[in-house]
Design a protein around this ligand. Structure first.
Ligand code: PLP
Length: 376
């Protein structure tokens, strides 16, 4: 089987499993207590916080542990609006964790260009009423992999709406990009462990000094009153280990996976000449390959690829598994009939040459079969 859905989730790294095990067994304490077992847990929590802060280029006190990327995004957007009032703004290609939060708090959504990158002219117009408190622009898109110029967004916001905070969803960026450097100008940064070899259900939001968020979860007052709830200590420790492993091998991984991705795309485009590649490879993260096959339905394509041993996706996975036309491709101006034939093959640390060979052959065979009228 060839797994090409790393943007949905990744296998847990051995380093993360090893780091987590003691906290699922003998070191089971609740870090909020005061006795010896709790103190051991608290020590591990703060060590993990230091490790996460180092990987994200922030101070330890700026790290807020969350249940994942969705909660981090919600806390960033709803937290700033809840604390300071004002309006939230984001581009139309954000993950629903941002997009739906922005619309839920009555915010504004701005357009993007054909690569899915925020239109800076539209963003400037959206900032003009001077009522904006938070602008959220992702560091890498989860469907098509494009990377917007975040530094330009930060510069624009500081110039036009100096009171507004900038949030970046770095959930898909972390495996591939130096998030510490690229997001250095952002006030709030979201990450999610399961996208880079950590466990599911844990993430973090960087809340820089001077930025205030109202909590969205109320309770015991953990995380300096910013996120209540007993810490998922094993998850947090696993995330920290996965982060360190990711950062230390990132350059090598990016070079190796980008070459595999290029071979994958070139192989498919040679076999299916009318396939359309989405986005410019040099402005995308290394692990993303996105294609459209005119006249083919993603649902049938994915079904037959699964049968052929290739795990892929049409774009973002949603809980229902239903394949609706992608809001990202729609915002990029891709015609609906073409968007319906989309395929995302997302690579990761464990992707091999043999996986690429299998996927090229399977995609070519399946598309030919579907076009000749066969479905299964
Ligand atoms: N943001 C982006 C860009 C994502 O790709 C995802 C997950 O696919 C999320 C947020 C949500 O993260 P989580 O699955 O940890 O809730």
């Amino acid at each position: 089987m060839a797994y090409f859905d790393h943007a949905a989730t990744t296998p847990v790294r051995p380093e993360a499993v090893a780091a987590m095990l003691p906290f699922l067994t003998e070191h089971f304490g609740n870090p909020s207590g005061s006795h010896a077992v709790a103190r051991r847990a608290k020590e591990a929590l703060e060590d993990a916080r230091d490790e996460v802060a180092a990987a994200l280029g922030c101070a330890a006190r700026e790290v807020v542990f969350t249940s994942g990327g969705t909660e981090a995004d919600n806390l960033a957007v709803a937290g700033v609006v809840g604390r300071s009032g004002g309006v939230a703004v984001c581009p139309a290609t954000e993950h629903h964790a941002v997009l739906h939060t922005v619309t839920a708090v009555g915010g504004r959504v701005v357009g993007v260009d054909a690569e899915g990158v925020v239109d800076l002219g539209e963003l400037e117009a959206a900032l003009a009423p001077r009522d904006v408190s938070v602008v959220s622009v992702m560091l890498a898109n989860n469907e098509v992999g494009t990377v917007p110029p975040l530094a330009d967004v930060v510069e624009l916001v500081r110039r036009v709406a100096p009171a507004a905070r900038v949030h970046t969803d770095a959930v898909q960026a972390f495996p591939w990009l130096d998030v510490a450097a690229l997001a250095a100008g952002a006030d709030l940064v979201s990450v999610s462990a399961h996208k880079f070899g950590g466990p599911k259900g844990v993430g973090a939001l960087v809340v820089r000094e001077g930025t205030k968020v109202a909590p969205i979860l109320h309770g015991g007052g953990q995380e300096q009153e910013r996120r209540s709830g007993t810490h998922n200590l094993a998850g947090i420790v696993g995330m920290a280990a996965a982060m360190t492993a990711t950062v230390s091998s990132r350059d090598e991984t990016v070079a190796r996976v980008a070459a595999l991705r290029d071979r994958l795309l070139d192989g498919i485009l040679a076999a299916v000449p009318d396939a359309v590649e989405t986005g410019t490879r040099t402005s995308k993260v290394a692990g993303n390959a996105h294609l459209r096959f005119p006249g083919v339905e993603s649902e049938s394509l994915l079904f037959l690829l699964d049968d052929a041993g290739v795990c892929a996706s049409a774009g973002s996975a949603c809980a229902s598994g239903a394949l609706e036309p992608s809001h990202v491709l729609t915002a990029m101006g891709v015609p609906a009939d073409e968007a319906r034939g989309s395929l995302r093959l997302s690579l990761g640390v464990t992707t091999t040459d043999a996986d690429v060979d299998l996927a090229v052959k399977a995609v070519a065979d399946v598309v030919t079969r579907l076009r000749s009228g066969g479905s299964s």
